[in-house]
Design a protein around this ligand. Structure first.
Ligand SMILES: *Cc1c(COP(=O)(O)O)cnc(C)c1O
Length: 443
């Protein structure tokens, strides 16, 4: 079977930075390469780790007291927003997974980034006898434990949000924290980190260069742990723990997922770790009736470019004549994580691209119609329903998969990935920019 959007028609759009949809060609025999990288045990281990740390986190972060130290965000219905985005009657119902409300980090990075810091802290703490296996992790908040943890450093390279999550959590646990920021990282994110005692190193280069600089500095220091966004299993594991949580939210909302009730999930994609971890987890927990699409800026479609690449190659969006320039700062990544790409190759339904102006329009629409306050990157998922149901490529894919007949009972989930801490003045500018254009229906 052929892909519903052949490379012949896709390539010119991709190169010209026009919105496009790629769907994964069906392959007769798919090697389950995924199993080797992350498995169901790893996903449940990450969820259990979050649980073990919950009492400590409730103590360290006043905003987590109400949830008992659990990092969670609601799944909410958004029927009117679905209609405003062009989802017609009989095309399913839109819901929003509100990771823009995730506490502490203010973005989806609360799942992966915080997990990796907790895993590192747990390893060091057990090794140093600061806590016993299965013991009370609140001991890590005592001055004696913090004096030990202060000798270790946690470092990361980031366009902003990963740095925020790692820096805030590492500093809260007493680690020395260093965040290498790429040029597009917003000043308010750097300021927020500095206020918490995190060292922020500003780089003139892009995301890849910030990561490379941080990795090089950390490499020769055994007391330093570098969170490697392009290669980390712990990040993927942390993200995958979102899947059992979403399954619980779906059950609580009375939403069925099976052959007659497909689920479409639209995930904003940067380097690919967050959406891949989540998509992989959803496949384990909910089965093959979950169809995940990644959403990328037209100028930074690194995951799409990787899906089109010949085996063994690792292209940059610049190889396609694209700039990697976008206001969606969490998504300004020129080259995908190979780990995430390999994990997704047999599983991903597709990837689509979105113009920045559409991100702002959808950001404003989400505010005006559904009362959601998100950052531009987090709006990328909202173009998904239109791409799938409103374009010839999307409809051809639905037909080829035998999904058209089930569309009326389908659930669409747009995953809003960040926004909680965006300063008011900045958010007001986003809103104005989105309202300056007439609302875009669908893509
Ligand atoms: C990081 C980020 C993403 C994507 O995560 P990756 O792991 O980089 O693919 C999406 N949205 C926001 C707001 C982010 O900060």
């Amino acid at each position: 079977m052929a892909s519903s959007s052949s490379c012949d028609s896709l390539a010119p759009s991709l190169r010209a930075a026009r919105p496009c949809l790629w769907t994964r060609p069906d392959r007769p025999a798919q090697a389950p390469a995924a199993a080797a990288v992350v498995d169901a045990a790893a996903m449940h281990a990450a969820a259990a780790r979050f649980d073990r740390f919950a009492p400590l986190l409730a103590e360290l972060f006043p905003e987590l007291q109400a949830s008992g130290g659990h990092l969670s965000a609601p799944l909410v219905p958004a029927h009117a927003l679905g209609a405003a985005l062009g989802l017609g009657p009989g095309q399913g119902t839109l819901w929003v997974q509100c990771d823009h409300l995730l506490p502490v980090a203010g973005s989806i990075k609360a799942r992966g980034g915080i997990h990796e810091v907790l895993e590192y802290a747990e390893t060091r703490a057990l090794e140093r006898g600061l806590v016993a296996p299965g013991g009370d992790y609140r001991l890590l908040a005592t001055p004696a434990a913090r004096t030990v943890l202060q000798r270790y450093q946690v470092a990361v390279g980031s366009t902003g949000n990963l740095g925020l999550s790692i820096g805030v959590m590492a500093a809260a646990l007493g680690f020395r924290a260093v965040v290498h920021m790429s040029q597009e990282a917003k000043d308010w994110k750097k300021e927020r980190l500095r206020q918490r005692g995190v060292t922020v190193v500003e780089h003139a280069g892009d995301y890849e260069q910030a990561v490379a600089a941080g990795r090089a500095l950390a490499q020769h220091d055994p007391m330093c742990h570098f969170v490697d966004d392009e290669r980390s299993l712990s990040l993927l594991q942390g993200y995958s723990a979102a899947a059992p949580a979403l399954a619980r939210s779906l059950a609580a909302a009375g939403i069925t997922v099976d052959a007659a009730h497909p689920l479409f999930v639209y995930l904003p994609c940067g380097v690919g770790g967050a959406p891949a971890g989540i998509a992989w987890g959803l496949r384990q927990v909910l089965g093959p009736q979950v169809h995940c699409f990644f959403a990328e800026p037209v100028q930074a479609p690194c995951f799409l470019v990787q899906m089109l690449a010949a085996p063994g190659t690792h292209p940059s969006v610049r190889d396609w004549g694209l700039t990697n320039q976008t206001e969606a700062d969490g998504l300004a990544v020129p080259r995908a994580s190979l780990l995430a790409a390999e994990l997704m190759r047999p599983l991903l339904a597709g990837v689509y691209t979105v113009q920045d102006e559409t991100l702002f329009q959808h950001l404003a629409l989400a505010h005006d119609v559904a009362g959601l306050r998100i950052e531009p990157s987090a709006a990328a998922g909202f173009a998904g329903p239109g791409m799938l149901t409103g374009t010839p490529q999307g409809r051809a894919w639905l037909r080829a998969q035998g999904l058209e007949a089930h569309l009326p009972r389908a659930t669409h989930i747009a995953w809003t990935t960040g926004g909680l801490f965006v300063p008011e003045s900045e958010y007001t500018r986003f809103l104005h920019r989105g309202r300056a254009q007439p609302p875009a229906a669908g893509a």
